[in-house]
Design a protein around this ligand. Structure first.
Ligand SMILES: Nc1ncnc2c1ncn2[C@@H]1O[C@H](COP(=O)(O)OP(=O)(O)O)[C@@H](O)[C@H]1O
Ligand SMILES: [Mg+2]
Length: 244
């Protein structure tokens, strides 16, 4: 089994608090890994560390064997083209309209792409996520759910091979959440690796090959889909473990 992202003995502190302790984990290529645990347990922090967006105080994060923190500009750009992140708070650009927000990753990673091609790509992704309103507005005018849709659409623009999703179906109605789940499945069928945080047991059961429970910044439990599916008690245990 090949490994796409490896976290090696990671510790991370912020404001004199140790948020992650001696954490080591292999994320397998082509697999979907769910990070679960109660609020404040460190899921978002682990996801950001795994995405190289936060640099650990100790240890290293490797993408296909290369330390993300040590990548040069060009290598980092290649990594960023392959990997996309949906942040828990969506993190859309306040001062750009939605079209500009979706266009930016294409401009950065595919500078030779024509304007017409960019417009086609944006149109097709926006339709797929089910966003029907104007793209000329800024994110402040969107509901939380719509912001999630747009953040997800932005992550899809460059057809990522590695996807980091933090509470990505929160504030979405069931139909919209299902559309995004289907998009993740399609991406997965094309060989993508996915690391996601969710509190939705249905989505975890539907998507995750591996479930990792995080408690107090450490990995408390690692289970495979086969283990969970074959054991109702374990399913209930997981649901309990996600509560605060
Ligand atoms: N930059 C930071 N500085 C200080 N504390 C932080 C910072 N980021 C997160 N925390 C704290 O770390 C803990 C874990 O946060 P987080 O990873 O967001 O948890 P989760 O996503 O599981 O809810 C929380 O107690 C949070 O307040
Ligand atoms: Mg979080």
């Amino acid at each position: 089994m090949s490994c796409i992202v490896e976290m090696k003995d990671i510790s991370f502190s912020a404001q004199n608090r140790r948020l992650v302790r001696s954490l080591s984990f292999h994320f397998e290529e082509g697999k979907t890994t769910a990070l679960i645990g109660p609020s404040g347990s460190g899921k978002s922090t682990v996801l950001k560390l795994a995405a190289g967006l936060v640099t650990p105080n100790e240890g290293e994060v490797l993408f296909r064997g290369r330390n993300i923190a040590r990548m040069g500009r060009q290598e980092n750009l290649m990594f960023r083209r392959e990997a996309a992140v949906v942040f828990q708070d969506s993190a859309l650009w306040e001062n750009q309209n939605l079209f500009q927000t979706l266009e930016l990753p294409l401009r950065v990673h595919f500078p030779a792409m024509s304007k017409a091609e960019r417009e086609r790509r944006i149109e097709s992704v926006v339709t797929e996520v089910g966003y029907k309103k104007d793209l000329g507005i800024r994110p402040a005018l969107l509901s939380m759910g719509e912001q999630k849709l747009l953040a997800f659409a932005r992550a899809m623009m460059c057809r990522p091979q590695l996807l980091y999703l933090d509470e990505w179906t929160e504030s979405l109605d069931q139909g919209a959440a299902q559309r995004l789940v289907n998009m993740v499945k399609n991406l997965k069928n094309r060989g993508a690796s996915v690391i996601f945080v969710s509190h939705d047991i249905q989505i975890i059961r539907d998507l995750a090959d591996i479930v990792v429970m995080i408690l107090e910044g450490q990995i408390f439990l690692r289970l495979t889909k086969e283990q969970i599916d074959g054991d109702d008690d374990l399913g209930r245990y997981i649901e309990k473990g996600m509560a605060t």
